[in-house]
Design a protein around this ligand. Structure first.
Ligand code: PMP
Length: 548
């Protein structure tokens, strides 16, 4: 239904009849019954009902809603008017269809789709934010909305997000958003009062862990989780030294830069402090050990690092590693690696910490937690990123003995950790993973991607290695013709990432040489999405092949 409104001309110009101007409003997705008796030219007074909103069944499968549009000119259309337009024609259509919020007055966040002002936003960013904060892509994206496995930019372009392992159950999952909004409107306070939600959540979370992992601490980020894990290990053992893995990243706090070679050995870094001992990166493709016995050699190398650390000082408090390596380059650990490391550190009286911030919560398909894929049980597990589907939440799960040892008289208090809103969100995330079968789905789509990627590796010599598990995959790009001793090609990797962005797929690079393309999408990515991506990647790699 399109209504014509006659308004007094604010400029006093006589454009319509008798000093009036016409504007038009369009109402779509109405119920058929409510418009049956309307007639062309029928007049309404302000406040008269016009029509009713249609049910899903008569509404193209959409939820009942109103399409409301404002037009200053009908552009000679009769009986209809375009309700959507391509982003590239935005300016033209905006001139005929002003912002309907001038009338609706919805909170502006509901609209959220201002046209791209990338240059202006970058200038404002440079003025008010610290310059150590980087942006992705040569021409950064202005993203205003997320839905499922897609991000949508200010011009309405949809990008398949292959790199966000935070929004695990999909961007802005309605169930998670509802849980947050509902609890936010009722109560949000700290954990010094009795409340069900933290207990419901702790019980549900612990049910996903093997014995003897039986106690939770709630924090607000992966970094806070790892920092608390270090404190737990150090208090329980009375020691300070830590063994970590080369190229690892464990978070942005001072204590974690110390155990993150990715940072302290990178630009601006100052190396590890004396109490941090770094085991070689267990990379069987391009690392120091390759070939048939690489797994045993890496197991021996981590045992050796722990042994030397223990012999050189006051003993090791903890060995910490991700269960599959993220910043290290999407590396699945060689069989027996964590078992060797955990045995070595425990033999010395230390504890084993598994950083599951990136790989946990069903991402691997085969297992809910990454450490399970190595057949080990850590003493402390740290959780972050996907735990709150984008809400700042983290957790540490440990044994009763370590938790009790930590209770040495100093209270542990965390203002926001474990608040009712965070716990409602955490519970909703666990519900969605279970009810939507996302663990199994991650395994199926991950296998599909891995098969396609292996075909591409077999076709192109510069695709050196394809690896990973479930929806945690990596593609390592190397200089053409360097197969016997592959040389990293970061430039090629970043070219592929930029080219795929133009094709509307979001990826990024990692690894110590920045030549590994990482794939770690929201778990709700569909099989058709995976096929679309493989086809676009195949075209891109073909272009590189042809260009030589
Ligand atoms: N551990 C790992 C393995 C991570 O990848 C990260 C973040 N990239 C962190 C810890 C820190 O998490 P956050 O940024 O939420 O503090």
């Amino acid at each position: 239904v399109i209504l014509e409104h006659r308004l007094a001309d604010p400029d006093g110009e006589d454009r319509g009849s008798e000093g009036e101007v016409a504007v038009f409003t369009l109402y779509g997705h109405l119920s058929r019954a409510s418009i049956r008796d309307l007639a062309r030219g029928q007049a309404f007074e302000a406040g008269d009902p016009i029509a009713g909103v249609g049910e899903t069944s008569e509404n193209g499968g959409w939820w009942p809603h109103l399409h409301f549009q404002l037009m200053v000119d009908l552009l000679d259309q009769v009986g209809d008017f375009p309700g959507v337009a391509p982003p590239d024609e935005r300016l033209a259509w905006r001139s005929a269809c002003p912002d309907p919020n001038r009338i609706l007055r919805l909170p502006s966040a509901v609209l959220g789709d201002k046209p791209t002002q990338a240059t202006e936003l970058r200038a404002r960013r440079a003025r008010v934010l610290g310059p150590s904060l980087s942006l992705s892509y040569r021409d950064p994206l202005h993203i205003v909305r997320g839905e499922g496995a897609e991000l949508i930019d200010a011009d309405g372009r949809r990008y398949l997000d292959l790199v966000n392992n935070v929004c695990q159950v999909g961007h802005c999952h309605p169930r998670v958003a509802r849980a947050a909004a509902r609890q936010m409107a009722v109560l949000n306070t700290n954990t010094r009062y009795l409340h069900d939600s933290i207990l419901d959540y702790a019980e549900r979370l612990l049910a996903t862990f093997p014995d003897p992992l039986a106690v939770c601490f709630f924090v607000n980020s992966g970094s806070e989780a790892n920092d608390l894990a270090l404190r737990l290990a150090r208090t329980a053992t009375g020691r300070r030294d830590i063994v970590c893995v080369d190229a690892a990243y464990h978070g942005n706090l001072t204590s974690l830069i110390e155990i993150s070679p990715y940072k302290h050995d990178g630009p601006g870094g100052q190396g590890p402090p004396p109490w941090v001992h770094v085991a070689p990166l267990p990379d069987v493709y391009r690392g120091r050990h390759r070939g048939a016995d690489a797994a045993q050699r890496y197991a021996a190398s981590v045992t050796d690092t722990v042994g030397r650390a223990a012999a050189g000082g006051d003993g090791v408090a903890a060995f910490i590693a991700e269960s599959l390596l993220g910043c290290g380059g999407q590396i699945e650990l060689p069989a027996g690696y964590l078992d060797a490391a955990y045995r070595a550190v425990r033999a010395d009286g230390g504890v084993a910490i598994a950083d599951e911030v990136q790989v946990g919560f069903a991402r691997l398909g085969s297992h809910f937690w990454g450490f399970e894929s190595q057949g080990v049980v850590p003493d402390i597990v740290t959780l972050g990123k996907p735990i709150g589907n984008g809400h700042p939440l983290g957790a540490v799960v440990t044994t009763r003995a370590i938790a009790d040892a930590f209770a040495n008289g100093m209270e542990y208090f965390n203002t926001f950790g474990g608040n009712p809103v965070s716990c409602a969100i955490g519970l909703a995330v666990l519900d969605v993973i279970a009810e939507e079968g996302l663990q199994n789905h991650a395994g199926l789509v991950g296998d599909r991607l891995l098969r396609g990627l292996r075909e591409l590796r077999d076709r192109h010599s510069f695709v050196g290695d394809v690896r990973g598990r479930g929806l945690f995959l990596g593609i390592e790009l190397v200089a053409p013709g360097s197969a016997s001793d592959p040389a990293p090609d970061a430039e090629l990797a970043s070219f592929v990432v930029e080219r795929l962005k133009e094709r509307r797929f979001l990826l990024s690079t990692d690894g110590p040489d920045h030549n590994v393309i990482k794939i770690k999408p929201p778990l709700v990515i569909g099989a058709e999405d995976a096929d679309r991506f493989l086809a676009a990647l195949a075209r891109t790699l073909g272009e590189i092949e042809r260009a030589g």
